[in-house]
Design a protein around this ligand. Structure first.
Ligand SMILES: NC(=O)c1ccc[n+]([C@@H]2O[C@H](COP(=O)([O-])OP(=O)(O)OC[C@H]3O[C@@H](n4cnc5c(N)ncnc54)[C@H](O)[C@@H]3O)[C@@H](O)[C@H]2O)c1
Length: 287
């Protein structure tokens, strides 16, 4: 199977990043969202990101121009998916939002097309069940920021075919990424581990073991991490972490994934991290 045309549903943080790397890799790429202003915002994010790569000498101006020329936008999934060889869904992390999109993509994409989800933890089997081609449904879990981060988890459901897996691994690698194949299990590998680290860090803070500066400092110095758990939590968004923990907890019942009370409190008072302009460091950092 040859992939020429890629359709990305959702033009937010992840969708715009995926559309960018797809267009950069030479695929005719269409990015879809529900409103024109959202796709316009996505295109702006792509322009800014490509502009930074040009400034730093990582790509030439002509590479940026070629990538942008391969990018189309749409507010109509049916139309955008009509001739797609590979569709990637990157909308809100809610099964109720994703499932109808899978139904629609199944109706609109050519019969041979693969439909992937960038979900952080919704079962791929559940999304596959909304289609008449479950063997062609797979997870491609890109990391944020997509144009920078190398790793992608490829999530194989019980029904994903070997052919879909092979084509997907080749496709994602053609975007300059490295892949790891994982089973369709809550949180996959990355979020099973990183959420626990952040949950435990919040508990350490609750117990008063050390300051947040010192917890971050010792983790960076001891394990060579580029960021400490609180710096990462503020970057990712504390609400996102709570949703991820809650999602794994609800699906498995494993107590260790129950969000630490402090994480819930942070969300309740609106201290969700960098995007809100206030997070762990504003509340607990040394003034
Ligand atoms: N942000 C991260 O760090 C990260 C990392 C890995 C995976 N993910 C996953 O990627 C997915 C997208 O996350 P995000 O951070 O980009 O979210 P986001 O909120 O930035 O973007 C979601 C976009 O989807 C659009 N959308 C919603 N319903 C739609 C519909 N019916 N049709 C078309 N577009 C629609 C929204 O308008 C929005 O622009 C989620 O499943 C998330 O769990 C996020």
């Amino acid at each position: 199977m040859t992939i020429n045309k890629v359709c990305v549903i959702g033009s937010g943080t992840m969708g715009s990043g995926i559309a960018q790397v797809s267009a950069q890799a030479g695929y005719e790429t269409t990015m879809v969202d529900v409103k024109q202003e959202f796709v316009d915002r996505g295109v702006k994010m792509i322009q800014t990101s490509l502009g930074k790569f040009v400034e730093r000498g990582k790509i030439g101006q002509e590479d940026m121009d070629r990538a942008l020329a391969r990018l189309r936008t749409s507010t109509d999934i049916t139309d955008a998916a009509r001739d797609a060889d590979y569709a990637i869904e990157a909308v809100f992390e809610r099964a109720a939002v994703k499932t109808p999109i899978f139904e629609q993509l199944d109706r609109s994409c050519p019969g041979g097309a693969i439909i992937a989800s960038n979900t952080s933890g919704i079962p791929i089997s559940l999304l596959a069940a909304a289609t008449r081609r479950p063997e062609k449904v797979i997870g491609t879990h890109f990391m944020n920021p997509v144009p920078v981060m190398k790793g992608v988890e490829i999530v194989k459901s019980l029904l994903t075919s070997e052919e879909t897996l092979r084509v997907s691994v080749d496709f994602v690698q053609s975007l300059g990424k490295e892949t790891v194949v994982v089973k369709d299990s809550p949180g996959f590998v990355t979020n099973r581990i990183v959420t626990l680290v952040m949950n435990e860090a919040a508990r350490l803070l609750e117990e008063g073991l050390a300051t947040i500066e010192d917890i971050d400092k010792i983790e960076k110095l001891s394990h060579n991490w580029p960021m400490g758990p609180f710096e990462l939590a503020d970057l990712v968004g504390i609400d996102v972490i709570v949703d991820l923990l809650e999602g794994i907890y609800q699906q498995t019942g494993w107590e260790r994934y129950k969000p630490a009370p402090l994480l819930n409190r942070m969300v309740e008072i609106g201290y969700t991290g960098r995007k809100a302009g206030k997070g762990f460091y504003e509340l607990f950092g040394q003034k």
